[in-house]
Each structure stands twice: as structure tokens, then as C-alpha cells.
Unconditional design. Structure first.
Length: 290
């Protein structure tokens, strides 16, 4: 029996607008010969899922990137994580906290909420849009013998994050891994091609998955956003009208030390020690490290 080969109907780059996916988007735009040789032509589009609460420097970087690329950059959204979180709601309006806050229960037991924001605000909107662009129709099976490709900006030093797609209509590929580029290689390439240009790490302003180094970067690059995170961290525990607190058993914190963010970072500024937390290389790479 002859098995009919599946046709690729759409090639999408999942763009987190952080280090790796930004560099990958630029390499693809230049038709880098290493990528072309391995079957990576220019994608149909780069797709960025906007949670609505990234630092301004990430949005500025995204605008700049859009000007550089020879293919479209599509922005999608499942809603504003800030607005929803402050009401204790998920993207789909359920009363639930989907951000991975650190907690301490009354008995002193430490915990951490399950990270579901990645799925709600990143994975779902990107997949929904790409499925449609690739020829899929809502509520109907994907056209037979066709599939889409999703290219992910995971680098060689992060191979543990490579996971096949759970959806049969889309196949994942990892161009940076295929051409052997590490995160360090990406930074070096960017610095040599765009000397003096800031290449930010991406993540929501209040993302608890930040190392101290990343918190300090936010504080130095965008003090107003850092203050917003500090204010939010306090609000989590002290506001009497706090819907988040009402949904949790324990006291919530943004920092892994389960102490007020402002205190921990002030101490770090003095000692310059790192907490060593680096759950997904400090970057929400389109799929928040999944
Ligand atoms: S950056 Fe952090 S808070 Fe934002 S969606 Fe990703 S994991 Fe959630």
C-alpha cells in the first residue's frame, strides 16, 4: 500500500519575542543557508501571543522586529492577563488563578500554583490562529493528508524543552537545535549583527518564573514596570478586596523566596547574589518554556 505523503499547508514561527525566537526570526528572514539546507524556507508568518502585560521594551522590540522581517508578524491574544488576574479569572472567564504564584499555607507548608497561563494565553491563541491559517475549520477535522508546521525557538542548550505536538494537524520543529545554536550563540550573533541594540528577554511583568537577574533587569530597564510588579505582589497579600487571595488557601508571592519581592530584590542588589532560579531560561518563548 502506498502511503500518501502529507502536504505542509502552513509554516509558522512561534515568536516569543525573546532572545532565541527573535534571532531565529531574523535568520529565517535572511534565508540563512544552514536553515534553508535543512528544509526551513521563510515561514508564512511569525505568530506572537500577546498577554497584554509584557514590559514596554518587549513591545518596542517586537515593533522593531516586525520592520526587519521579510514575512508577516501576526499578533494574537486570548485576553489581557492583567485584567483577568486582578479579577481572579482565567482567559475563559473561570474563577481560578492560572499564574504560577508561590504560596505559604497557614501551617507553613510551601507550595506553588500550577502554571496554566502558558496554555491559556500563549498556546491556545497561537494554535487556534495557525490552524485556521493552515486550512482548518472550526469544529471540523483538519483536511486529510495535510498538516501545518510550528517552528519553535528552542536552542541546543534547552533540548529538554522539545516536545512533540499533541495535535495531529501540526508538527513541531526546532530550527535552532537542528543547526546547533545555543542561547549564547544567539546572543553573540545578535551582538555582532546589531551592535549596541538591546535584545530583551520576554515574560509578563509579573511572571513569577524570573530569576533575580531577570527581576533586576526589569528594574533597571523599566522601573515603572518593576514598581507595578512590586505593587501587585503587595496587593496579592494585603488588599481586602483581593479576588486572587479569596481563591487561595495560602499567602501568595511573586518571588520564589516567598517574601515580598521588593525586599528580596533590594537585598540582591546589595549582594549581587543570584537565587539560581531559572525555570525556563527566563523566557516565555511563545509557549512559556513548554
Ligand atoms: S510569562 Fe509567565 S505569567 Fe506570562 S504567560 Fe508565561 S508563564 Fe504565565
Amino acid at each position: 500500500m502506498v502511503v500518501k505523503a502529507s502536504t505542509v499547508t502552513y509554516r509558522a514561527l512561534s515568536l516569543g519575542a525573546g532572545v532565541q525566537s527573535s534571532v531565529l526570526s531574523l535568520l529565517l528572514s535572511r534565508s540563512d543557508p544552514r536553515l534553508v539546507e535543512l528544509g526551513y524556507p521563510m515561514p508564512n508568518a511569525a505568530v506572537f501571543a500577546d498577554t497584554g502585560w509584557e514590559p514596554e521594551y518587549v513591545y518596542r522590540h517586537l515593533d522593531w522586529l516586525e520592520e526587519q522581517l521579510q514575512y508577516p508578524l501576526i499578533r494574537v491574544s486570548a485576553g489581557n492577563i492583567k485584567t483577568n488576574l486582578k479579577k481572579g479569572l482565567t482567559a475563559s472567564g473561570h474563577k481560578f488563578v492560572d499564574v504560577p504564584l508561590f504560596t505559604v499555607n497557614k501551617d507553613g507548608k510551601k507550595g506553588m500554583l500550577r502554571r496554566q497561563c502558558t496554555n491559556h494565553y500563549k498556546i491556545r491563541p497561537i494554535y487556534r490562529r495557525v490552524r485556521k491559517l493552515a486550512g482548518g475549520q472550526r469544529g471540523r477535522p483538519f483536511p486529510k493528508d495535510t498538516h501545518a508546521e510550528m517552528w519553535l525557538g528552542i536552542s541546543l542548550d534547552e533540548v529538554g524543552r522539545m516536545k512533540p505536538s499533541r495535535e495531529p494537524w501540526v508538527k513541531h520543529r526546532w530550527p535552532l537545535v537542528d543547526i546547533g545554536m545555543t542561547r549564547r550563540d544567539c546572543v553573540a550573533w545578535f551582538d555582532s549583527e546589531y551592535p549596541g541594540r538591546y535584545l530583551p528577554r520576554s515574560a509578563c511583568v509579573i511572571c513569577p518564573y524570573r530569576s533575580d537577574e531577570h527581576w533586576l533587569e526589569l528594574k533597571q530597564s523599566e522601573p515603572a514596570s518593576y514598581e507595578e510588579a512590586v505593587h501587585f505582589d503587595r496587593w496579592l497579600r494585603h488588599s481586602t478586596k483581593n479576588p486572587v487571595r479569596k481563591l487561595l488557601n495560602g499567602r501568595p508571592y511573586l518571588h520564589a523566596a516567598r517574601r515580598p519581592l521588593a525586599s528580596v530584590i533590594a537585598e540582591r542588589e546589595e549582594t549581587q547574589e543570584s537565587n539560581g532560579v531559572n525555570p525556563f531560561n527566563e523566557e516565555c518563548e511563545g509557549l512559556c518554556g513548554v
